[in-house]
Design a protein around this ligand. Sequence first.
Ligand code: NAI
Length: 494
Amino acid sequence: MARLKIALAPGDGIGPEIMEATLDLFKAVGVDEQAEFLPVEMGASVFAKGNSRGMTDAAIQTVESCGILFKGPMETPKGGGGKSINVTARKLWNAYANLRTFKSLPGVQTVHSRAGIPIDVTVVRENIEDTYGGVEHRLSNDTIQCKRLITAPGCDQVHRFALQTARRMGLTRVHCGHKANIMKMTDGLFLERFRQVARDFPEIEPADVIVDALCMNLVVDPRRYQMIVLPNLQGDIVSDLCAGLVGGLGFAPSANIGTHLAIFEAVHGTAPDIAGKGIANPTSLILSGVMMLRHLGLGYEAATIENALLATLESGTHTGDFGDRSVPPLGTRDFTSAIIERLGQRPGTIPAALVPEKAGPTYVRPPKPAGQQVIRTFKNVVTHVVGCDIYLDSPLSPVALAEEMQRACVDGPFKLTLISNRGTQVWPTGSVYTECVDYYRVRFELKDAVTAGSFGQARCIALLDRVAESFSICSYEVLRTFDGVKGYSLAQGQ
Ligand code: NAI
């Protein structure tokens, strides 16, 4: 039978050392009989040649033809236009779900392990959208904007992945973490789509939790949670919080999964301070490799390595970054040999991973898409233009600005209904205590006699044109209804 092909990028700094350790373990359990690793050029050496993507075209082709990338940490160049390879890879290949499992490990002392509180929580973070789109603009002298995009199909993909994973893991409850009490539309959509997708998983209880309360609960009593699915930025923060609960980034595996490609990586960085010294802890990459083997259907190999690693940690064997200081630490190679010696053993103090019968891989690379796919959730929605928000760079007071804006709309279908500053209403009513910056939103909505749907967005553009004659426009949003529901939020105080 043909072996699976896996693209392999050892990474920078300690990357090659911990990758060698992981591949030695793979070899020791016979992964080489099932899979072939194809080296690809990614990271510092590629950036150094002036390639701002940090990966060669040949590397991209290999990853796309394999469908799986196993990577070590990679350096993000400071300045010079080079972007984080990790972010580029996730976006380029639409690896929309970041899966991280956090479990207490024997021999790894933490606040919770000392208190006898075991941790076993999985975080699924949306990986593409949110503020990570990196759509940022300077709008005025004093104001910078970052657009936060949340889409229905993006939510559906990550929620379905989370719930399918929960089903496979036999979990009974999944929490959606969010801030929908404040961001009613964006996080509201994330939560609404979670509830919708969860209907297809009746055996799993869909619960939700506001992200700030979640952080407190995780610290106080992490046993409340089995799996949490979150938008990108909140998920980024919560997953590092969970890493802290189990002893730090060195003990957390990570997978980035998409419809067509999956990337498995250590979550920590290149540790330049210890690179080349042979003392790095390979646990995070080994656990990521275990996740990858399970993804490929190599459950026997994955469980055998996991149990040997747990038995090794349980014995007090450790690298220099953790463990009992009175026991001398081992270097990366000796630590790996200690795991290899324990292959076939199971941990005694915590539940062992179930070792299935040895079987061939089940992974089948999904077919390459013919072109870029347009993914959609809502179709046949009736929309009507009902106004526009125009964002202005202006030093005027709200009252003076209102006079100018009322003059601008006198002839058209719109009337001025609101001026806000940093989201707070400052006209027609407001508080003298509200301090204003140089960036206003002015909202125009239909005059009473005008019916929605009687014209398109060209009238908004005409108004914009008129305002632009005497004001500096920063940006502009059309106000619409979608099946009769307002597609825009109200200002605070409105
Ligand atoms: P880092 O995670 O590389 O290091 C932070 C501290 O943890 C250092 O003291 C380091 O020695 C220690 N450490 C990290 N991994 C370790 C291991 N396996 N064994 C023992 N000690 C370990 O974070 P830092 O210094 O902020 O970033 C260094 C570089 O790594 C940067 O260029 C950054 O962009 C990159 N990076 C790459 C990531 C990736 O490829 N996924 C993730 C995070 C950072």
